[in-house]
Ligand binder design. Structure first.
Ligand code: THU
Length: 166
C-alpha cells in the first residue's frame, strides 16, 4: 500500500467586530474583557481573560497568572477553578480575550488559545460530552468562533490510547 495524502478541514466563524455577535456571545466576551483586568501578568504585560458559560447559565472568569517560577494561562486557571468547584462541569461556551500592556503593542485582533490549553479544553469537552463554543476576541477588531474544541486540535492525543487492548 502506497502512502496517502490526507487532509483535515477546519471551519470557523469570523465576525468583523464584537458588536456583530449575538447577545449571549457578546455578554461572554464582555465578561472576558473584565477578566483581563484581573490578570497577574507582571512579566509579559500580556493580560489575558477567559469567561466560561456553563450549561446552567452561570459565568465564571479566569485570567493568566505569572509567577517567577510558573505561568498559567487564563484558560487553564479557569478550568482548574471549575474542576476544584465542581469536579464535573459542562461548558457551553468560552470567550478569550486580551489586553497587551506593552508599549506600542496592539490588542485589536483575536487571541487564539495555546496548544496546551487546546488539549485541556478538549479533554473538558470530551468529559462533558458537549461541544464548547470557543469565542476568540481582542479589545476590538475581528472575532473568531469555533463550534467545538475538537476541530481546533486535529490528530489530538487521546487518553483512550492508554487503554487500547491488543
Ligand atoms: N496566555 C494565556 O493566558 N492564554 C492564551 O491563550 C495564550 C497565552 C498567557 C500566558 C502568559 O502569561 C502570557 O499570555 C504571555 O504568553
Amino acid at each position: 500500500i502506497k502512502m496517502q495524502k490526507k487532509r483535515i478541514e477546519f471551519s470557523y466563524e469570523e465576525y468583523s467586530s464584537i458588536a456583530e455577535l449575538n447577545l449571549t456571545d457578546r455578554e461572554l466576551v464582555e465578561q472576558a474583557l473584565v477578566a483581563t483586568t484581573q490578570a497577574s501578568a507582571q512579566f509579559s504585560k500580556f493580560h489575558v481573560g477567559a469567561a466560561a458559560r456553563l450549561s446552567d447559565g452561570q459565568i465564571y472568569l479566569g485570567s493568566n497568572y505569572e509567577n517567577t517560577s510558573i505561568t498559567s494561562c487564563a484558560e487553564q486557571e479557569l478550568l482548574s477553578y471549575l474542576h476544584a468547584l465542581y469536579r464535573n462541569f459542562t461548558i457551553a461556551s468560552l470567550a478569550v480575550t486580551f489586553n497587551n500592556a506593552n508599549l506600542g503593542s496592539r490588542s485589536d485582533f483575536p487571541i487564539t488559545p495555546c496548544g496546551k490549553c487546546r488539549q485541556l479544553l478538549l479533554e473538558a469537552e470530551i468529559t462533558s460530552g458537549k461541544p464548547i463554543r470557543v469565542i476568540m476576541a481582542g479589545q476590538s477588531g475581528k472575532v473568531l468562533i469555533a463550534t467545538g474544541v475538537a476541530s481546533m486540535l486535529p490528530l489530538a492525543y487521546s487518553a483512550e490510547y492508554i487503554n487500547t487492548q491488543a
